[in-house]
Design a protein around this ligand. Structure first.
Ligand code: ADP
Ligand code: MG
Length: 566
């Protein structure tokens, strides 16, 4: 080729970067290596931020949570086979939670893979991904990259959002193509998540059922938080006067101290409501499938969801409203004046008195200050500090650390609580914290069990390298669930649940130039947290918690089979 011909050519790596740019993708989370290192360099040269991680799972978790927060697909870039598989855990988790994310992985030589002749990092990645994702595509020609990305973005953000896998072969990444033809092959896609308007009839039915209800309840889920219909949802709840219950990541959609919040009377409202309106929440295990001792068999349901197949998944739904929540809330608010909704006064009073009783019980528990610290005293201290920092993102994982923090720490703004979600998965901590800090530019506090923190702890280096305003509190009770179990065999190996309680997690962050604190009292926790929040420097607080107080499996003891043989 002449010099002129070379000048007029581009390649697959440049084309994918152009296509991403045309669709306003401004950040890639990933980990480089063969064959995607140059792709990351090109992206950075074009002004796309590249956030390099220490493990693909955390990169994927960061991408997923940025998708949840921004409604744009979070992009995760990985190498082939093992890097791809590491990222796949996060991609599957994104799909399960309904977060829009695209994992782009380089893959080895297709012809060698298909004949299983043993290539470097050989794996049929597209087919391996399929059971775990909403959609999977492989690009075999550089001229198809623009269309492939359009399909990936649409699949990720339209309908119920989810994870999408995009396979770019080594051959396509390096394939040359005429620059002009390439520029025409990429494009900005129109209306990637089209509105889905519910039928008027379904909206009328839902309102009619609510108007007949004596003891109505609204359950807010993270689908409602994702939809960003915040003011319409608040208006609907306040106009109707219906008590609401937020699912974990929907906390803050209306502030937790809102008078209509029934969170402190959760069991009571679930068992006694006659009509429950599910707003972007699935009737899955987190709601006991709508069955059992927590629920009344007489309860009738309204469900607002974008996914028609979700309806009737666990119990018959009397009034399905299938549409996107922005459109559905608009329609409900518009028709609301035609159907007076008046929850029974006794119901409102009963919810309020149940709340008062439970709040008083909780306050008594929270007021102690034992030594060593317990979950309650440490979390009360954190709660009181965070009440002054309402716009901080809160990442939370662990077993007891998760269950207690969810109940104790109030949220005041939508989409600020990021946690283990639909799977109850451990390992999202540092990935979510980094994704939230990068995509929002706001400070993040992560409350982590010591076991949960271990899954992504090496990302402290990433946090320090990018100098992110993240403060991590490690609840160090020296174990999974608790730290005082013993080996039943009596030999010297530690018990399966045990971790080092002497571990100084604070020194890990110091190794990377961050600030570490070792806290054994609530006063030390308070001062260290305030210091982290005001300095906005990468900070880790090793909170020493009594090893003898955790419960096995946290609040999920019912899901934990106990061995019959002793
Ligand atoms: P939670 O765990 O908080 O109860 P889930 O993840 O179980 O929430 O449920 C969220 C539901 O919201 C899913 O069924 C999903 O289809 C739905 N959803 C997601 N985005 C939208 C949207 N924009 N409009 C309507 N429903 C949505
Ligand atoms: Mg622990």
């Amino acid at each position: 080729m002449s010099e002129e011909q070379v000048q007029s050519m581009t390649d697959g790596m440049h084309i994918i970067v152009d296509a991403l740019k045309k669709n306003d993708i401004d950040t890639i989370y990933g980990l480089v290596g063969i064959p995607v290192t140059d792709l990351a360099r090109h992206a950075q040269a074009q002004g796309i931020r590249f956030i390099g991680f220490r493990h693909e799972q955390s990169a994927g978790n960061a991408a997923a949570i940025s998708g949840y927060l921004t409604q744009k697909p979070g992009i995760c870039l990985t190498v082939s086979a093992p890097g791809f598989l590491n990222g796949l855990v996060a991609l599957a988790n994104a799909t399960t939670n309904g977060f829009p994310m695209i994992q782009i992985s380089g893959s080895s030589d297709r012809a060698i893979i298909d004949l299983q002749q043993g290539d470097y990092e050989e794996l049929d990645q597209m087919n391996a991904a399929k059971p775990f994702v909403k959609a999977a595509y492989r690009v075999n020609k550089p001229e198809d990259i623009g269309i492939a990305l359009a399909r990936a973005i649409r699949a990720a953000v339209s309908g119920r959002p989810g994870g999408v896998y995009l396979d770019l072969t080594t051959e396509v990444l390096g394939a040359a193509m005429d620059k002009e033809a390439a520029a025409q092959s990429t494009f900005r896609i129109e209306d990637p998540a089209p509105r889905q308007i519910p039928s008027e009839e379904s909206v009328r039915k839902a309102l009619k059922l609510l108007s007949e209800a004596q003891k109505p309840l609204v359950i807010l889920g993270k689908g409602a938080a994702y939809a960003q219909a915040d003011s319409a949802i608040r208006a609907f709840i306040e106009k109707t006067g219906i008590p609401f219950l937020p699912m974990s990541m929907a906390k803050g959609l209306l502030p937790d101290d809102h008078p209509q919040s029934a969170a402190a009377a959760r069991s009571f409202v679930l068992a006694n409501a006659d009509v429950v309106m599910l707003l972007g929440a699935r009737l899955n295990w987190l709601l006991a499938h709508g069955k059992g001792k927590n629920w009344s068999p007489q309860t009738r349901f309204i469900q607002l969801d974008i996914e028609p197949e979700e309806i009737d998944s666990n119990r018959p739904i009397s009034a399905p409203v299938v549409g996107d929540i922005v459109s559905s809330m608009d329609a409900l608010l518009k028709q609301l004046p035609t159907q007076p909704i008046t929850p029974q006064k006794q119901w409102i009073a009963d919810v309020a008195s149940k709340k008062a009783v439970n709040v008083a019980k909780m306050t008594a528990k929270l007021n102690g200050d034992p030594s060593p610290m317990g979950y309650f005293s440490a979390l009360r201290t954190i709660r009181d500090v965070l009440a002054q920092y309402k716009d901080v993102y809160l990442v939370n994982e662990g077993a007891n650390t998760l269950d207690n923090a969810r109940n104790i720490i109030d949220m005041y703004e939508p989409r600020k609580r990021l946690d283990t979600g639909t799977w109850g998965v451990m390992g999202i901590g540092m990935g979510y914290a980094i994704g939230a800090a990068i995509s929002s530019g706001k400070p993040v506090v992560a409350i982590e069990g010591d076991s949960a923190f271990g899954f992504s702890g090496m990302e402290l280096e990433t946090i320090c390298r990018f100098n992110l305003p993240i403060t991590i509190l490690v609840f160090n009770n020296g174990g999974v669930y608790r730290g005082d179990d013993v080996n039943r065999h009596g030999d010297h190996d530690p018990a399966p649940t045990s971790l080092l309680q002497s571990a100084r997690y604070d020194r890990l962050i110091e190794a990377f130039g961050g600030v570490g604190y070792h806290a054994t009292t609530t006063a030390e926790v308070k001062n260290a947290l305030l210091a982290g929040l005001t300095s906005q420097k990468p900070t880790l607080i090793n909170c020493v918690i009594n090893p003898a107080i955790g419960t096995e499996s946290g609040h999920l003891t019912n899901l934990n089979p106990k061995s019959a043989a002793k």
